[in-house]
Design a binder for this molecule. Structure first.
Ligand SMILES: Cc1cc2nc3c(=O)[nH]c(=O)nc-3n(C[C@H](O)[C@H](O)[C@H](O)COP(=O)(O)OP(=O)(O)OC[C@H]3O[C@@H](n4cnc5c(N)ncnc54)[C@H](O)[C@@H]3O)c2cc1C
Length: 485
């Protein structure tokens, strides 16, 4: 049976028959938990709720194969500073979401990144300690098939030759004239077959959709959330033929990704007397962050890679403090090696820069509409003066690192983002500071949650998928304990 038919059958047998209600020509579905989006945030959550025996319906706007018309539903409108890059294409409207494209580098954050405000005087602290988060990071690593990359945590990992022979790099980091609050280095060596989870290709979607209490409907777009008295009472959807479908839910969890989730909340204003859920403190869409980055390519004559390894990565996370200004931000250096001709190696030193969560960088409703007539998101995004200072400090160090590793043949232009779409429904300890609380529930609502990188209150140095999956699983455990209604 082809995957597409299998998924449709699953939807028919598990979702439509037990929970469908037909009322006149308006079709209705209902479920205990409704999840919007089948990327890692949505499927990890569906998995943990279903393992606890809870009834879950996953609504996914994409199909099992790429479809241009569906992908166009993710288009974005240029904001007041133009479009830095196509954020719409940085996400996939496809079963499995953006794991169809991701590169699987997902290290754990440093503890001090969770406490940026108290330790570094910037941004906001996260309401979690590293100790409380670690079990979830571990289970997310297993779920995503991402191996822990600290050698101490993963004895099965081949010893990274680069770490052993990179004392020079270490010295460089500590002697470069900046105050390094903490520098952590970790490495991973990729061999053939050591790759992370792609939800669709690896059959993970089929496995979760095959669980007893899960139903999955693809090509189903959630257009608006209707609220009443602080409760999300219905999702107004378009089904695979574009016809209206209403879904009632005990609890709704939005897992549509870093741009589509704030967009859905904005678009819901028209069903709620002009008030967008989550915009109580004017933070909806604001604090949008990316990871600007750049690479330097070169060569080294003497190989460091072990026999049989296809590539190796050394990541160095660092908190840069330039005495010339007060801000302290993180950078993630990534030193990669690949075999070159005659025993030589190609080298690559990449750097990702942490951005400040500026209120000016914001996702807002645009003027243009998609095929269903719903407003596309408008993205106001630019590097702030503080971001530029971080970038200056980080790129100086990047060049020194590249020279220490090998030759410096080519430096790429600064790219404005790395497809890490963070911050536009940020979590906060106080409703005045954000969109969701520490349990990811939209402030002021009883049953509306968000999971995904849009809840991150600071950009940190690391790519977001490990931490967003960990938070999804943590939410799954919390919601599993909720009383059945
Ligand atoms: C080229 C590339 C490389 C990357 N590499 C890495 C990496 O190495 N490490 C890392 O950590 N991260 C990486 N990422 C980022 C990573 O892919 C994302 O962080 C992750 O996929 C986000 O998961 P998510 O579940 O929140 O959203 P997504 O994976 O984007 O899934 C959201 C899903 O929701 C659906 N949806 C959205 N709106 C609606 C709606 N209204 N109705 C119904 N369905 C809807 C979408 O169709 C989509 O399937 C990379 C991204 C790209 C593009």
């Amino acid at each position: 049976m082809k995957r597409r038919e299998f998924i449709r059958d699953v939807a028919l047998s598990l979702s439509l028959s037990p929970v469908a209600l037909l009322s006149g020509c308006q079709r209705k579905l209902s479920a205990e938990f409704v999840i919007v989006g089948s990327g890692p945030a949505g499927i990890a959550l569906a998995d943990s709720l279903a393992q606890a025996g809870r009834q879950v319906l996953v609504l996914e706007g994409g199909a099992a194969e790429p479809d241009r018309a569906l992908q166009d539903m993710h288009a974005v409108e240029a904001g007041k500073w133009g479009l830095a890059y196509n954020f719409g294409w940085a996400t996939q409207r496809l079963l499995g979401g953006t794991t169809n494209l991701w590169q699987s580098h997902s290290p754990r954050p440093l503890e001090q990144e969770l406490h940026a405000a108290s330790l570094r005087g910037v941004g906001k602290d996260w309401p979690f300690s590293m100790d409380s988060l670690t079990p979830w990071l571990q289970s997310a690593e297993q779920w995503l098939h991402v191996r822990p990359s600290e050698p101490a945590m993963n004895p099965a990992l081949p010893v990274n030759p680069f770490i052993a022979s990179s004392e020079g790099l270490r010295k460089l980091l500590t002697g470069a004239g900046y105050q390094h609050l903490e520098a952590g280095a970790y490495g991973m060596v990729h061999h053939e077959g050591m790759d992370a989870l792609r939800l669709l290709e690896d059959g993970e979607i089929d496995r979760v959709a095959g669980l007893n209490t899960v139903a999955l409907k693809d090509r189903t777009t959630v257009r608006r959330i209707r609220m009443s008295g602080g409760r999300a009472v219905a999702l107004e959807c378009a089904d695979r033929e574009g016809k209206p479908l209403e879904v009632e839910a005990g609890t709704v969890i939005l897992c549509g990704g870093g741009v589509q989730t704030p967009r859905l909340l904005w678009n819901s204003a028209s069903s709620n007397g002009g008030a967008a859920p989550g915009n109580h403190s004017d933070w909806l869409g604001a604090g949008f962050m990316e990871h600007p980055g750049q690479q330097i390519y070169g060569r080294r004559e003497k190989a460091l890679l072990p026999q049989g390894a296809t590539e190796t990565h050394l990541h160095v996370r660092d908190m840069l403090h330039d005495p010339a200004y007060d801000g302290i931000r993180g950078t993630l250096f990534h030193v990669g090696l690949k075999p070159g001709p005659q025993g030589s190696e190609f080298t690559m030193v990449e750097v990702l820069f942490e951005q400040e969560a500026s209120r000016q960088n914001r996702i807002l409703p645009g003027q243009k509409t998609d095929a269903l007539g719903d407003p596309l998101p408008r993205v106001d995004y630019r590097l702030t003066a503080e971001d530029r200072r971080t970038i200056k400090v980080g790129s100086d160090l990047q060049r020194q690192l590249a020279e220490a590793v090998g030759s410096v043949d080519k430096q790429t232009a600064l790219r404005p983002g790395s497809h890490h779409l963070m911050g536009a429904t940020r979590l906060s300890l106080d409703p005045r500071d954000g969109v969701v609380d520490a349990n990811l529930k939209v402030w002021g609502t009883e049953n509306l949650y968000v999971a995904g990188s849009s809840v991150l209150p600071s950009g940190m140095t690391v790519p977001p998928t490990l931490i967003l999956t960990a938070l999804s699983q943590r939410l799954g455990a919390l919601l599993s304990k909720q009383k059945k209604q």
